[in-house]
Design a protein around this ligand. Structure first.
Ligand code: 8DG
Ligand code: MG
Ligand code: MG
Length: 150
């Protein structure tokens, strides 16, 4: 078959915040299987970070966020050495909230990739977290507005 050069890829993931909680789901993937991670996925050709975040959130959970309140928080650069196909991601972390008074519930629209979505208090996160997220949390990163590490 064709040999495709391994190159770094861009992912966009979302801290969807509700009160003191974030939306997380347990991954079903060769990368980080069974760990809790944020919704998100690959940046497609021509997309803005905001468009990608909104599209991935919709595809994976059925939810729509308040587009005016989306913000870029940080970027990470991580190599996933999983064999037989190591991968390398530059991951853009966005913050989003639902529109005021919005009571949408997350749906598990990609059940082969995720066990289901739920809200988890930032002070009491589930384990194990997907390691890039674990690393951020351990470094003191906090996705909430008006927090010192924001
Ligand atoms: P797509 O086909 O829908 O575009 O992709 P996906 O299947 O939704 O991709 P994904 O694995 O959910 O996300 C792409 C990569 O983003 C993932 O392999 C590694 C990187 N990534 C992080 N942190 C996180 C995170 O917390 N959640 C998710 N979903 N991906 C993350 O570095
Ligand atoms: Mg996806
Ligand atoms: Mg995904």
């Amino acid at each position: 078959g064709t040999t495709i050069a391994a190159v770094p890829r861009v992912a966009v993931v979302v801290f969807l915040l509700r009160g003191k909680a974030v939306l997380l789901g347990r991954r079903r993937s060769s990368v980080g299987d069974s760990t809790f991670a944020l919704p998100g996925g690959h940046l497609e050709f021509g997309e803005s970070f905001e468009e990608c975040a909104a599209r991935e959130l919709k595809e994976e959970t059925g939810m729509d966020f308040d587009k005016k309140k989306m913000e870029l928080l940080t970027v990470t650069n991580n190599v996933f050495s999983e064999q037989p196909k190591p991968s390398h991601y530059v991951t853009v972390f966005m913050r989003g909230v639902l529109a005021d008074g919005d009571d949408q519930l997350p749906q598990n629209l990609e059940p082969t990739k995720c066990d289901g979505w739920d809200w988890y208090d930032w002070a009491n996160l589930p384990e194990p977290l997907f390691w890039p997220l674990e690393k951020m949390v351990k470094s003191g990163f906090n996705p909430f507005p008006n927090s010192p590490q924001e």
